[in-house]
Design a protein around this ligand. Structure first.
Ligand code: SF4
Length: 444
């Protein structure tokens, strides 16, 4: 890149959805001839993509803006916190511009105003799938924006609005480009993947000469044509999820579902304004496992929600035990500025929240350790993320990047593995979260 290119620094905070926004902005910047630089000193202007989901994320975003202002001075703010400009301006009145999530046009016009583009067709070698912040072999695929639910602890719908799905052919074309760019694993993300397409009345669209509906099943059928690993995140246990389990059993989709259950007591689920048919959910999970025994279920839960009694909490423990969830993240409830749940009575004292969180995590560690131990002696198909000394750090079909466990392949380097390679691994050992093995492909 020539020394005269205008230079933009970029700070990307928040969830995978925000990461996809960052990738789109970075791609557009490169298309227009901007150079992306890794330090405040080198940058002519800095874009900060913020998160506003919980109070700690707001604080982190405000800190990042403050740091960029102190180090560079010219700062453009975008992302979820941009929906609350007064909060940003109160702390940092000198920012150049503020815009909300997915508002790529506003970010670009703020960049143009601060730093006019210098187009040079000879340096614009942007790959046709855009710029990605993830390693070359996996990518997040955002299928929709916004959410039609109104969970009482969440302010995402007020920040991002109601569900807006991307037509299925558009998503499939993006996936195709990613596959051409060397991506081996697609991570489908949204706020509510099961609701995909409801706003478009499941419109059918053509892709590669075949018709697909804009709905979860149609999308999965299309994606399975690409022969990649496809992993679904943020799925709700609605009845039509049943339709995609056979695709998992046939090996067309990874046998993996990330379902944010959040709680299991019908009373608390009602206060959270989430669907509360726990009996049916358990039955459904058991039916899915009968069709696809390999199915891994990951979930997240909130403990210590206002009004949660010891009995509610024990219902939650019984649920994770009976449903044998493979991977679980849990948070002690903390109020989010602007969320309806803040008005609920009977807050749970902090020490009780922490004590419940510890009990929850201890039970989950036991379940996880036991489930992983059952894999010792099996052969698991893995995707290598990195080489670390003699080890190859990989993931099996049961492990999403960043949030789940790993498979450490002890002879990975000796076997000549590289990031992005698939290989079969004989599992020799396990602990609470990870598996350990050797390259090998024959079942005993
Ligand atoms: S489903 Fe609930 S928690 Fe998730 S984004 Fe929608 S409102 Fe928020």
């Amino acid at each position: 890149m020539s020394a005269s290119q205008p230079k933009v620094g970029f700070v990307s905070l928040g969830c995978p959805k925000a990461l996809v926004d960052s990738e789109r902005i970075l791609t557009q910047l490169r298309v227009e001839g901007y150079d992306i630089v890794p330090s405040y000193d080198d940058a002519d202007v800095v874009v900060v993509n913020t998160c506003g989901f919980i109070d700690s994320a707001v604080a982190e975003s405000l800190d990042a803006i403050g740091e960029a202002l102190a180090e560079n001075g010219k700062v453009i703010v975008t992302g979820c916190l941009g929906k609350r400009p007064e909060q940003i301006l109160q702390a940092h009145p000198d920012v150049l511009s503020i815009s909300g999530p997915q508002d790529y046009a506003s970010v670009m016009s703020a960049v143009h105003a601060a730093l006019p583009p210098k187009h040079d067709p000879f340096v614009d070698l942007v790959p046709d799938y855009g710029l990605k912040l993830t390693p070359k072999h996996y990518a997040y695929l955002k299928i929709s924006e916004g959410c039609n639910h109104r969970c009482s602890f969440c302010i995402i719908p007020s920040m991002r609005g109601d569900l807006v799905s991307r037509p299925v052919d558009e998503v499939l074309r993006e996936a195709e480009k990613l596959a051409r760019g060397g991506v081996k694993e697609l991570l489908v993300v949204s706020q509510d993947t099961s609701a995909y397409g409801v706003d478009l009345r499941y419109a059918a669209r053509e892709w590669r000469g075949k018709s697909y509906q804009t709905r979860m099943k149609g999308l999965c059928e299309g994606l399975s044509e690409l022969g990649l690993w496809t992993r679904l995140h943020y799925v709700y246990p609605y009845p039509h999820v049943d339709d995609i389990i056979p695709l998992m059993a046939e090996g067309k989709l990874l046998p993996y579902l990330d379902i944010p259950f959040q709680h299991a007591s019908p009373r608390i689920l009602k206060l959270m304004k989430r669907p509360g048919a726990v009996e049916k959910t358990l039955e459904r999970v058991q039916r899915w496992r009968a069709i696809c025994p390999e199915l891994t279920i990951r979930s997240t839960f909130i403990v210590g929600f206002p009004g949660e009694t010891e009995e509610d909490f024990e219902q939650l423990l019984a649920f994770i035990d009976q449903a044998e969830l493979d991977r679980v993240g849990a948070f002690a409830y903390s109020p989010v500025d602007g969320a309806a749940a803040n008005a609920l009575p009977d807050p749970v004292p902090e020490e009780v929240k922490q004590e419940r969180l510890a009990r929850f995590m201890a039970l989950q560690a036991e379940i996880s350790a036991e489930k992983l131990e059952r894999k010792v002696g099996t052969v698991q198909r893995c995707l290598v993320d990195a080489i670390d000394g003699e080890l190859a750090i990989a993931r099996s079909m049961a492990d999403a990047p960043e949030i789940d466990g790993l498979v450490q392949i002890q002879d990975g380097e000796a076997a000549g593995l590289r990031a992005g390679d698939f290989c079969d691994v004989r599992i020799m050992g396990s602990d609470e979260h990870d598996l350990f093995g050797l390259v090998g492909d024959d079942e005993e």
